[in-house]
Design a protein around this ligand. Structure first.
Ligand SMILES: *[C@@H]1O[C@H](CO)[C@@H](O)[C@H](O)[C@H]1NC(C)=O
Ligand SMILES: *[C@@H]1O[C@H](CO)[C@@H](O)[C@H](O)[C@H]1NC(C)=O
Ligand SMILES: *[C@@H]1O[C@H](CO)[C@@H](O)[C@H](O)[C@H]1NC(C)=O
Ligand SMILES: *[C@@H]1O[C@H](CO)[C@@H](O)[C@H](O)[C@H]1NC(C)=O
Ligand SMILES: *[C@@H]1O[C@H](CO)[C@@H](O)[C@H](O)[C@H]1NC(C)=O
Ligand SMILES: *[C@@H]1O[C@H](CO)[C@@H](O)[C@H](O)[C@H]1NC(C)=O
Ligand SMILES: *[C@@H]1O[C@H](CO)[C@@H](O)[C@H](O)[C@H]1NC(C)=O
Length: 307
């Protein structure tokens, strides 16, 4: 298992002991169980947690950011399972382990929001989750935009939206214009690890930077650029595109200059939704789930308990 994950697992289990609870050792056999959509192009890898312990628990799917993978949510998985949820984590197409190993096929991998929604639906149907079943859509950065997209396209299948460290899908953030205007080949040729380093640089913590570095390295520079272009291309210029009437939790790292201001604007704009809340995570940059897991977990669990 992953180093960082084991660290968070130990911390969580210890904190339960300290608080007087009695952790069930069989949890360990119900966490991050690996599955694959082997027939998909590319094959999508996903992980199930809590499906045995919480057979009737709400399902929450966590989508990671551009170039990142399911390990971005390692610190969230066990606390959500303990709180009674079934958790799906996965590596988005062309990222993490959801890639072809053949270099030609790998470099031919395509990222669009439509394809990522298709992949997500494939995960649901492989788990026999019927279209009538509402899921909780959560995601960070690109994943937060994808969660919004799902909520918009399938309003009746979404119980709640949790958007972390991302803009709304109706606002082109300043960095996006260049990715939108420039052809993909030029973007990749000119990038020279700029996107990689920009994402890496959003955390100051050594252990977190190591984790981000590992995740981005698995994806590779070109795939990160493709994912960033997919984000820019997913923005609709229809103001009101993502006005949702479901419970929404917006979470931002206080130090995340990429999204902190736009999440505050988003919240202000959507005050008409009585079910929206906004939480800022102290001492966290863009990947708040890793930078300050305990504050993120507390925000998630409080919100989920309220819906
Ligand atoms: C590249 O992708 C296209 C569209 O997905 C597919 O038709 C084609 O076979 C792929 N080429 C290679 C070399 O994998
Ligand atoms: C969603 O549910 C509402 C009310 O039940 C219904 O009127 C609407 O047609 C449904 N929309 C979709 C896209 O299924
Ligand atoms: C790429 O970045 C490296 C290190 O920052 C630099 O030395 C090199 O000149 C850059 N190459 C291009 C083509 O921009
Ligand atoms: C980008 O960074 C990766 C990982 O450090 C490295 O393997 C690769 O050579 C770098 N590419 C460029 C163009 O600097
Ligand atoms: C990342 O941060 C380091 C030091 O904090 C800085 O030297 C470097 O230029 C930054 N790189 C990017 C791409 O922002
Ligand atoms: C957003 O983050 C930047 C960089 O850490 C910081 O300077 C700025 O004050 C933050 N803005 C808000 C509204 O928190
Ligand atoms: C990283 O450290 C610099 C310098 O101490 C600080 O200004 C910045 O806000 C920090 N950023 C994050 C994301 O922690």
């Amino acid at each position: 298992m992953h180093k960082l994950y084991i660290l968070f697992l130990v911390i969580t289990v210890l904190s339960i002991f300290v608080s007087g609870g009695s952790p069930d050792s069989s949890w360990a056999t119900d966490l991050l169980l690996h599955n694959s959509l082997a027939w998909n192009d590319p094959p999508i890898q996903y992980w199930l947690s809590g499906f045995h312990h919480n057979p009737y628990g709400d399902i929450i799917i966590l989508s990671p950011g551009a170039g990142l993978d399911h390990h971005s949510f390692d610190p969230q998985v066990l606390p959500l399972v303990i709180a009674g949820y079934r958790v799906i984590t996965y590596d988005p197409r062309c990222q993490g382990l959801s890639q072809w190993s053949n270099p030609v096929a790998k470099s031919n991998c395509t990222i669009t929001f439509d394809l990522m929604l298709q992949d997500m639906n494939q995960i649901f149907s492989s788990l026999a989750i019927s279209p009538e079943k509402q899921v909780i859509q959560a995601g960070l950065s690109m994943g937060g935009m994808l969660a919004q997209q799902f909520s918009k396209v399938y309003p009746n299948r979404t119980k709640a939206l949790i958007a972390m460290d991302c803009g709304t899908n109706e606002e082109l953030l300043p960095w996006m214009q260049y990715y939108l205007d420039t052809p993909l080949g030029t973007l990749i040729a000119d990038d020279n690890n700029t996107s990689f380093n920009a994402i890496l640089n959003t955390s100051n913590r050594t252990l977190v930077r190591q984790e981000i570095y590992n995740e981005l390295s698995l994806s590779g520079d070109a795939e990160i650029v493709k994912a960033m272009k997919a984000c820019a291309s997913a923005v609709s210029n229809d103001p009101g595109f993502t006005r949702l009437q479901i419970p929404e939790l917006l979470i931002y790292g206080q130090l995340d200059s990429l999204t902190n201001a736009s999440m505050i604007e988003w919240y202000a704009r959507d005050q008409a939704n009585p079910h929206i809340s906004l939480i800022s995570i102290p001492s966290a940059g863009h990947i708040s789930s890793l930078d300050n897991p305990s504050a993120v977990n507390q925000a998630l669990i409080q919100f989920l308990a309220s819906i």
